[in-house]
Design a protein. Sequence first.
Length: 644
Amino acid sequence: MLSSLRGIIHSKVGMIVTFGILIVIAIAFAAGDVTGFSSAGGILGHPLASVDGEKVTADDVRRRAQDELRSARQQQPDLDMAGFVQAGGVEGLITRSLTGLALETFGEEQGMRVSRALIGSELKAIPAFAGATGQFDQQAYLRLIAQRGMTDAQVQREIARETMSRFLIVPTVGATQVPQQLALRYASLLLERRGGQAALIPAAPAGPAPTDAQVQDWYKRNVARYTTPERRVIRYALVTPQQVAAQTAPSDAEIQQAYNADKAKYAAKPLRDVTLVTVLDQKAAQALTDEVKAGTALAAAARAAGLEARTVTAADRATLATQTAPAVAATLFAAPQGTLVGPLRGSIGFVVARVEKVTQQPGKTLAEARAEIVAALTKQKGADAIGKIRDAVEDALADNANINEVARDQKLTVQATPAVLSSGANPDQPGTQPDAVLAPIVAAGFAAEDGDTPTTVAYGQDGGFAIAALDRIVPATPVPLAQARAQVVADLTADRARRAARAAADAIVAKVNAGAPLATAVAQAGIKAPVERVEATRAQITANQGQVNPVLAMMFGMKQGTARAIQAPDGRGWLVLRVDTVVPGDATGQPAVIQATRTDLGRSIGGEYAQQFANAVAAAQGAKRYPDAIAQLKKDLVGGDAGQ
């Protein structure tokens, strides 16, 4: 609600250019984007911004921009550096670096420090640095940061900076209190009602068919529309439980050993169905017991006392001990069926219980338990066998072995995908759905660069894995005009219709704003379009599952008595909208609306407070930007590396 009322607009690059106050460094490392947190002051280069002597350098931002672009391409393969820069990516990177530096210096001035022990703890918790045992692996850590061009000192500095930021920001982010008067104003805004008139100017094809020259010109100017995005061929080898099945069949001795180790599990055991009531006060528990002994049912007596009885069925002694206390469970298992027990001290308060049913769970012989044991042992041995293969594969890859060498050593078969998009789709077979099982392999291929070492990824749902290696990159390629001609003609014709509708709508808007009634202006334009009444409250802007209705959003951004045009959401033409009534909202007499608004605002107000706090800290610490240097970096990025 708060973001929509303030008109916050998200760019197409999304979170890349959005100011993220807290970007957890562990997430960045786990995603492989280590340089997204490279030291802002530790690299020589042209300063773009500074805080208290610490600089954000052009070299640093350039490298981070390339890293974020590679990451963004996993979701938007056709994004290039020019698009990244145009969407505000550079400003976003500078803002994050500058804010991080400001928070760090501010915290230090307040006497706050991040200990080396805490830095080490944060570092060891990053999943990307875990070895085969799941524990922190120093060699894996050094190898990964070296691949990203970083040093241990830079990484530790950034962890310290992010930790300091969390110290300062997290308490503010957690704020949920919104003043009553603020909630009242927002609630009143939501109740504001506006009315007006709207007419749809249809985008209907008209005029002669496009000539060959016009088709060719449109194709050249819009060639990106008819370009197949970058594709990649990924080679891979699979290791699945089926491939190690011969090693996983348990022997009779192993089955016997597993049965003996779990004798308690397969032994016969007594079970109880019991009704339990927990009472905090001992006197109240005794009163409840006395009432039940006098003839009242336990559940009814509990309800009368404002308590709730619960029934546990087919529970063994260990289960009851966990839910009550060991002494209570012992008493219940010593009591015959129908006995009232208690009050007894439980783990919380006092327990009054009735033994409803006594049963005996029969045990299982080895023959009866064999199938269950074989399944468990087979699964475990399969996981162990695959784990050993994976360890051997990752050791070989760490020694710079290629996928062919690894496959030969492990007797695996190397396969290759066709030239696929990042979604896994094959443009040469448009009717074929991507193989969802290959999604991790495709993702690994699109995350790799030419010459990168193959990597291992999870494969399937049964513990298997795949070795994935980028084979080759097929650059984005325009579809020949002869092949795309039908689509080009359709797009050109539709564009002509939209432009004609836009021109007609603009002319109608001009007449309406000059004083003509909307129906008259539409008729004078020679357009047969009904004029309809439109009324809405501001709350309806996001009524469609939180998605902003652009027509209503424009309506509530206009002055009374004015008209504007907007493209119809369904693409059928242009809407001309005139606002003629504005009725302010007043939530003073609607406490439920105010409270709902207050609750809604409370979910996001912490982020608003935190952003304002961070901005204030940056200003107080004297954060500076150098526009000329920033502008030059943008030119360098677009001119020198538009598509990297």
